[in-house]
Design a protein around this ligand. Structure first.
Ligand code: AMP
Ligand code: MG
Length: 338
């Protein structure tokens, strides 16, 4: 239960297909996390259509979060929003809602880096303190760890993100969105019935990796119609997950950190979890995975990172609240980590 003297932050997430509002207390209790997901009629996310969805649902999602948290708007101390990276029209819609709320309630505004929020919600919900993090989602694939005041990037994708790779293949294979089930999860179900490992491109370059060649090869095999779909899904997962696991393992060996954290939408995948658990155990590190409801994009992670920022002196004046489409995590100072 919330205490009457507590401070509350409302966070707005809108970088891509999800519009989400979270409310957290300043000491890290998550009171609400309400979301609405935009599902394209066909194909991938259309940024303007997604933004239109966000604008249409914003009021209802805000109300739902406030009701769940049992908070009145004037009780809020702080408004946080995803300032980037992400899709321009989607980011701008969330930022507009956040600016309007902050101005109307006369409360401070904090722009949050979306990728850092995925790391921070992982730490908050699992208790990890200083992990090597694999952040894998629809738009990002990053291996990072804290060093000298920032989250440093040890490795990343050179082209498409892991979640995007899985989603594009699933769509090519005719897998349909089921309510409440992301395409990556549908592909995971098919992969569980795979029996044969088909050889596909495996591309790790230094500490970075490339997934587009793997995707093209898998789609080419699919179109030839000579392989079982289950075997292709299994093989795609095995190759892609091995690549991100290899890079994470090398970052772990280099940094000698004692924790591994898996976060982002693809973190829900059991096979990926087991690969990462394996390398963590081999290096004597503990393994942590963000709970499923905070794996995919969510407002609670923005609210919590807003609290961390604000309580360490960071606010975002209106004039500096423009969205940052390609805002890298290693450009952000992190004063709240020792
Ligand atoms: P996000 O971008 O963080 O909202 O995460 C969405 C991405 O996570 C999409 O690419 C989904 O297909 C992917 N995803 C969600 N659940 C799973 C799963 N069980 N296995 C693989 N990918 C998943
Ligand atoms: Mg999403």
């Amino acid at each position: 239960m919330r205490g009457s003297d507590e401070a509350y932050c409302l966070g707005i997430e809108s970088t891509a297909d999800d519009f989400s509002v979270g409310i957290v207390t300043f000491n890290g209790k998550i009171l609400a996390n309400a979301s609405s997901n935009y599902v394209p009629e066909e194909g991938g996310i259309h940024p303007r259509e997604a933004a239109r969805h966000h604008a249409e649902v914003a009021d209802a999602v805000l109300q739902e979060a406030l009701v769940k948290a049992a908070i009145k708007p004037y009780e809020l101390t702080l408004i946080a929003f995803s300032q980037g990276p992400g899709l321009g029209p989607c980011l701008r819609t969330g930022a507009t809602v956040a600016r309007a709320l902050a101005a109307y309630l006369n409360r401070p505004l904090v722009g949050v880096n979306h990728s850092i929020a995925h790391i921070e919600i992982g730490k908050l919900t699992t208790g990890a303190m200083d992990p090597v993090t694999l952040y894998v989602s629809g738009g990002n694939t990053i291996v990072s760890a804290f060093d000298s005041g920032r989250y440093r990037i040890f490795g990343e994708t050179l082209d498409i993100a892991l979640g995007n790779c899985l989603d594009v293949f699933a769509r090519e294979a005719g897998v349909k969105h089921k309510p409440g089930m992301p395409l990556g999860a549908a592909l995971e179900e098919l992969a569980a019935n795979g029996e044969k490992l088909i050889s596909l491109p495996y591309v790790v370059k230094g500490m970075d990796l490339s997934l587009s060649g793997l995707l093209t090869a898998a789609i080419t095999m699919l179109r030839k119609g000579k392989c079982r779909l289950e075997d292709l899904c299994y093989s795609l997962q095995e190759h892609a997950f091995s690549m991100v696991t290899e890079v994470t393992e090398r970052a772990l060996a280099h940094t000698e950190k004692t924790e591994v954290l898996l976060t982002g939408g693809v973190a829900a995948n059991k096979r990926l979890q087991s690969m990462l658990r394996g390398i963590a155990e081999e290096h004597g590190a503990s393994f942590h995975v963000v709970p499923r409801q905070f794996a995919t994009d969510n407002g609670a992670m923005i609210a919590w990172t807003g609290v961390l920022s604000y309580t360490h002196g960071i606010v975002t004046p209106l004039a500096e609240s423009f969205v940052k489409l390609r805002w890298r995590i290693d450009k952000v100072d992190i004063p709240w980590v020792e």
